[in-house]
Design a binder for this molecule. Structure first.
Ligand code: GLA
Length: 727
């Protein structure tokens, strides 16, 4: 068992393969955090220090002991109103208006297997792969109870945390802050690494020093957002790709979130991750509970590279589900950048013919096939096939596509309604809006009230009617605006934003249950909802609406810190690129899209013979490496925000095969030579470059690297396969 409780001194110890996590119930019943980091043995309560700290609050039962204050002690789940003036993990407004919650230890349970969360996605594991610790805390005055949940995947070095807040009292209370995980460090200097961005430029890496005061990232957009990803790293000062200590925190949730790091007066650091910080106001009636979405924790003492490997394995094997989670995905041709709203059934069949000729597996009919939808101003919510536009029924169209040996996929945006739609005209109260006010528009659409079951049921039934018309093998689930006017005609104010996200999950759960063979790709204006919550239902997510390969090198670099290649929707698009106007070679576009699920977003009919031949070769190459790409260990070989090139590598589990990809991002006169150092190889083995037959030792490739060719022209790409000799 990875979890142990020492009865004599009330210490909980969680041991994973390489890490230790320890906490203690102290004499007053407070749950104190002792340690999280590289494996240690013994009790770490010697780290707690007790000094006279003037101006730090003392719990009444400490009887004026000036050396005891929650303002100083490291805690598992710090509370607002208990004399700890640092940022709290939980803030509860009681029925009498007071902001206070005094949680003390009541009991605990240690179980085999990993806990699940009602209505929410969470890490899953086989019974023998995981253990669960549940610690029950209670406020004796208000009756508020919190069940802290710890899931331990020992072999994976993963610890998950969640909290169930239950009102066991007699009066309604309001939850104003709710984190699922909080880490207190009594010592150390840290940097926060977070992933910021904007639409079409998601997940750029920012590294900043944690100074005194607070640093926070989050989203109040109703989605996890393009602007900040709900996954951060707290790193010791000198941590790099292969060395140093770092902690990753990944939120398994797709709505608004908060994450705050604080360095206190004594130089101690606290970080928490949870529900949105600024506007949370969740009412809890007596007997009601709030489940705080899970945070996945991981520690690495071998830098960001190892941290990423652990998160990749966790996402691939313990978050993504269904038949496609570990299976090679089809190569897609998506109609969006090929024809936008301007297509007919013939256009789609034309794309399918091209797909068949070029060796592409599937054609996806993107936005514009339903209701009155020839631009993005109308029609959302009216999920009836526009047979007039297609020139046939959906069933016929799918048959024609399938008869060419090509599979068929379709785009939907279930959470939305256009003002100009039959659905909105019939049910204006099904959209989130504040009575008496004009709603805030975005892309001329409103957000459906997915907190309401009847609204979800209606859309579910309509979408199923569409999917049942033929052999639909893929769905792109889009969500193209941030949520405002968070007010429901039925759901209690304060609960709407959270219940909305649970509604989305409920819908997705039903959809995946009804169509277990369906591959669903998530999307929100590209990567606006790229999070582990969505990955529980959709094993891949369209990474960005920016398909420019040069920008994608950076976007995919930032994405790679937490999310595996198998999750990253990435396509080759036309040139000049529709987002940037940049013209890059097909080789470069292909190499970059191969760091994802691979596909196309263009009209092959507009390409010349030479380009078509090259697409066939790219498809052949992708298929040859598909398993390695989707299942291999991913290594970042450069920092494309700093270096003149972007480079990455995929290595097979036995380290016998490696695929290295590089894209030059800069070119100058009399260009300097760039050396790419490989990673993850066996030092003593001999590796052959499969293109030119040259052999190198693993150590040479890793210590000295390989010179990239010096060639003129911007954004050249290189891809090299190495195989261990004799394998
Ligand atoms: C979003 C998606 C695009 C495309 C359009 C359709 O922007 O990210 O890929 O599907 O919607 O409207």
């Amino acid at each position: 068992m990875a979890i142990e409780f020492q009865q004599e001194n009330h210490i909980f110890t969680i041991q994973t393969e390489n890490t230790t996590y320890q906490m203690k119930v102290d004499g007053f019943g407070f749950l104190l955090h002792l340690y999280y980091g590289r494996s240690v043995t013994g009790n770490m309560d010697y780290l707690l220090t007790y000094c006279d700290r003037g101006f730090s609050g003392i719990p009444y039962d400490a009887e004026g002991d000036r050396t005891y204050s929650l303002d100083v002690l490291p805690q598992e789940y710090p509370l607002a109103g208990m004399g700890d003036f640092r940022s709290a993990a939980l803030a509860v407004r009681n029925g009498d208006g007071s902001l206070c919650c005094d949680l003390r230890y009541k009991g605990h349970e240690i179980k085999k297997g990993k806990y699940g969360l009602k209505g929410l996605p969470a890490v899953y594991a086989e019974e023998e792969e995981a253990d669960t610790l549940e610690i029950l805390l209670e406020d004796p005055v208000s009756g508020m109870q919190v069940r802290l949940l710890y899931g331990v995947l020992e072999k994976e070095d993963i610890i998950t945390r969640s909290a169930v807040i239950h009102n066991g009292g007699k009066e309604e209370a309001v939850v104003e802050r709710a984190a699922s995980a909080c880490l207190d460090f009594v010592t150390g200097e840290y940097d926060l690494i977070s992933f910021y961005g904007r639409h079409a430029m998601e997940r750029s890496l920012q590294r900043r020093e944690i100074g005194y005061g607070s640093t926070s990232v989050g989203s109040s957009r109703g989605t996890s957002s393009h602007q900040h990803n709900p996954a951060v790293i707290l790193a010791e000062k000198n941590t790099g790709e292969e060395w140093g200590s770092c902690y990753g925190m990944m939120f398994v949730y797709s709505g608004s979130f908060g994450c705050e790091v604080q360095k206190d007066q004594f130089g101690q650091t606290r970080i928490w991750m949870g529900l949105e910080r600024d506007f949370l106001h969740y009412p809890l009636e007596p007997g009601a509970s709030l489940v705080v979405p899970e945070t996945v924790l991981c520690f690495s003492d071998q830098g960001f590279g190892e941290l990423s490997h652990r998160f990749h394995r966790c996402v691939r094997n313990h978050i993504c589900r269904g038949r496609y989670s570990r299976q090679v995905r089809p190569v897609l041709l998506n109609s969006w950048e090929a024809s936008y709203f301007d297509f007919t059934g013939e256009t789609i069949c034309g794309l399918a013919k091209e797909a068949a000729e070029l060796g592409i597996d599937m054609v996806v009919m993107d936005d514009g096939w339903f209701g009155k939808r020839d631009d993005d101003n109308s029609g959302l919510g009216d999920w009836q096939v526009n047979e007039e536009k297609l020139g046939c029924t959906l069933g016929k169209l799918i048959e024609s596509v399938n008869s060419l040996g090509v599979s068929f996929g379709i785009w939907i945006e279930p959470e939305m309604v256009s003002e100009d739609s039959d659905l909105y005209r019939a049910h204006p109260d099904w959209a989130l809006q504040v009575p008496g006010r004009k709603p805030v528009l975005s892309r001329n659409q409103l957000v459906l009230d997915f907190s309401r079951e009847e609204v979800r049921n209606h859309i579910f039934e309509r979408i199923c009617r569409v999917l049942d018309q033929g052999n639909v093998e893929y769905v792109k689930w889009d969500m193209n605006r941030s949520i405002t006017d968070v007010y429901s005609a039925e759901t209690v104010p304060g609960k709407v934003a959270y219940e909305y996200v649970l509604g989305v999950y409920d819908f997705l759960e039903k959809l995946t249950a009804r169509y277990p063979a369906l591959l669903i790709e998530g999307c929100s204006g590209g990567g606006g909802r790229f999070d582990a919550g969505m990955l529980y239902y959709t094993p891949q997510i369209w990474c960005s609406d920016n398909t420019d390969a040069a920008d994608r090198v950076r976007i995919q670099y930032g994405t790679s810190f937490f999310y595996p290649v198998s999750a990253v929707g990435s396509h080759v698009s036309a040139v000049p690129n529709h987002q940037t106007g940049r013209i890059l070679s097909l080789e470069t576009r292909g190499v970059v899209a191969m760091a994802g699920t691979f596909g196309y977003e263009l009209d092959p009919g507009k390409l010349d013979e030479r380009e078509r031949a090259q697409i066939k070769r790219l498809n052949g190459r992708y298929r040859k490496y598909a398993e390695l790409i989707q299942g291999g260990d991913y290594y970042r070989l450069s920092d494309p925000f700093q270096d003149a090139y972007g480079a990455w590598e995929l290595v097979s589990e036995d380290a016998g095969q490696a695929l290295v990809s590089a894209v030059m991002l800069e070119i100058h006169g009399n260009m300097t030579v760039n050396y790419v150092k490989l990673k993850g190889l066996k030092r003593d083995a001999l590796y052959e470059n499969m293109e030119d037959g040259k052999c190198y030792s693993g150590a040479a490739l890793m210590e000295a690297g390989l010179p990239l060719p010096v060639e003129t022209g911007e954004y050249r790409a290189y891809q090299m396969e190495f195989r261990e000799k004799g394998k």
